[in-house]
Write a protein that binds this ligand. Structure first.
Ligand code: ADP
Ligand code: MG
Ligand code: MG
Ligand code: MG
Length: 396
């Protein structure tokens, strides 16, 4: 079927023609309820409920959903499907199950997460059950282990490089929106409030900072360590009690492992900047993430399987792994700083700032975020431990 943009009624029709999906819903199509829940910037998402079950249907649009004159290739849905397939076995049950991908409609049909809530929303409403970050740490460790050169023969990595090399439109978004735009005047950056103008001008004139950002740009585009989720912010996670799931892998690309870690920790830190009364919670979530990520990755990488470190004995392996994790920590800090800055002054800012009660406290929160992001980027290369990273965050 040639591509067209689905609405509730054409989706109902499409589903009736897919017997295996219709049978998951049960009952008769007339009794299905279909609701649109799109809240991201790019795609349309429908949740379909039947008497026997429910489905989540996500379709790519030929443009950015929130900016209709910004064209965007439909193929991003294909990369999201590939990412889900490449990581499903390793991360299960921490991602929804993909039931079907339609490569003409650019439509993913997956497990409907219900009554789950988006983590960012749960944090803003103060409803997230503490400890969720341990699942995310494990998720990142498992997904990168399944796709890394240390655990897999190099042919596996070469195949992944080829399978995701075409995801350039979304990588372009990352390169522009995270790694470049916030540090220069750019029409995509919303105008900052008057009180923040001097801070934004200073950021855009900060030569030492731009040099450090240059190193991170180089890392992002050339360190092909493993398959990344690529957009691991708190809006790409859904949870209900202790059932925590990662969604929205359309930015998937081979890249530095610290990129996924940094985006996640950056969004946690932004939440604490907007809501300082949550500092203790966020510090403990960051710690839980890092401990779970490193513990899981150490366990998984104890034995080899890849061509990298093939000659090492146990002691050498431990030593190599220590260095590997140190590089990831430093990348994590740098990308964490970049994410904090772009979500504060660039395109696609975060709703967490709505927690600030007054315009003055919001400006103060954003200023703190910019200072924290800058410190992280500049100090990243000299960090050694999680405690070093936490001391740059000053959330305690
Ligand atoms: P986008 O790429 O446009 O950001 P997302 O994949 O983030 O789209 O999905 C947008 C919203 O749809 C999510 O914030 C969430 O509310 C809902 N959603 C996405 N996937 C599921 C799912 N598997 N089950 C239930 N709701 C989902
Ligand atoms: Mg939602
Ligand atoms: Mg999203
Ligand atoms: Mg998305």
């Amino acid at each position: 079927m040639p591509y067209f943009t689905l609405d509730a009624s054409s989706l109902q029709h499409w589903l009736t023609n897919h017997a295996d999906l219709a049978s998951r819903l049960g009952g008769s199509p007339a009794d299905w309820t279909i609701r649109e829940v799109s809240d991201g910037n790019l795609n349309t998402v429908f949740l379909v409920d039947g008497s026997g079950g429910s489905l989540c249907c996500k379709q790519a649009l030929p443009h950015v959903r929130v900016v209709p004159d910004w064209p965007m290739p439909l193929e991003r849905a294909l990369y999201e499907a590939r990412y889900m397939r490449a990581t499903a076995d390793a991360v299960r049950p921490a991602a929804p199950e993909l039931y079907f991908y339609d490569d003409e409609m650019f439509l993913l049909v997956m497990e409907c997460l219900t009554p789950h809530e988006v983590l960012r929303t749960a944090l803003i409403r103060d409803e997230a059950q503490p400890g969720f970050s341990a699942v995310i740490g494990q998720y990142v460790a498992r997904s990168v282990h399944a796709t890394s050169w240390i655990s897999q023969p190099f042919e596996h990595g070469s195949k992944l490089l080829a399978d995701f090399a075409g995801n350039t439109a979304l990588t372009r978004i990352t390169v522009d929106l995270i790694l470049t735009d916030p540090f220069r005047p750019c029409s995509r950056n919303p105008s900052p409030e008057t009180g923040l103008l001097p801070d934004v001008e200073a950021l855009q004139a900060d030569k030492p900072l731009h040099r450090a950002v240059g190193s991170l740009q180089e890392r992002f585009l050339t360190a092909r360590q493993a398959l990344l989720h690529g957009d691991l912010h708190t809006g790409s996670i859904m949870l209900h009690n202790n059932d925590v799931r990662v969604i929205d892998g359309e930015f998937a690309t081979m890249g530095p492992i610290g990129f996924d870690c940094g985006l996640y920790l950056g969004n946690l830190t932004l939440h604490a900047c907007a809501a300082p009364d949550k500092n203790a919670l966020i510090t403990s979530e960051i710690t839980a993430f890092w401990n779970s990520f490193t513990t899981e990755l150490r366990t998984l990488l104890k034995t080899g399987g890849g061509d990298v470190w093939a000659l090492s004995d146990e002691t050498q392996r431990r030593d190599l792994l220590d260095n590997f994790l140190l590089d990831i920590l430093r990348d994590t800090a740098g990308f964490c700083g970049l994410e904090i800055i772009r979500r504060t002054v660039g395109f696609a800012q975060v709703a967490d700032y709505t927690l600030c009660a007054t315009p003055e406290s919001r400006t103060a929160a954003r200023r703190k975020a910019l200072q924290t992001g800058r410190a992280l980027i500049l100090k990243a290369p000299s960090l050694h431990t999680l405690e070093d990273l936490l001391s740059v965050l000053t959330l305690q």
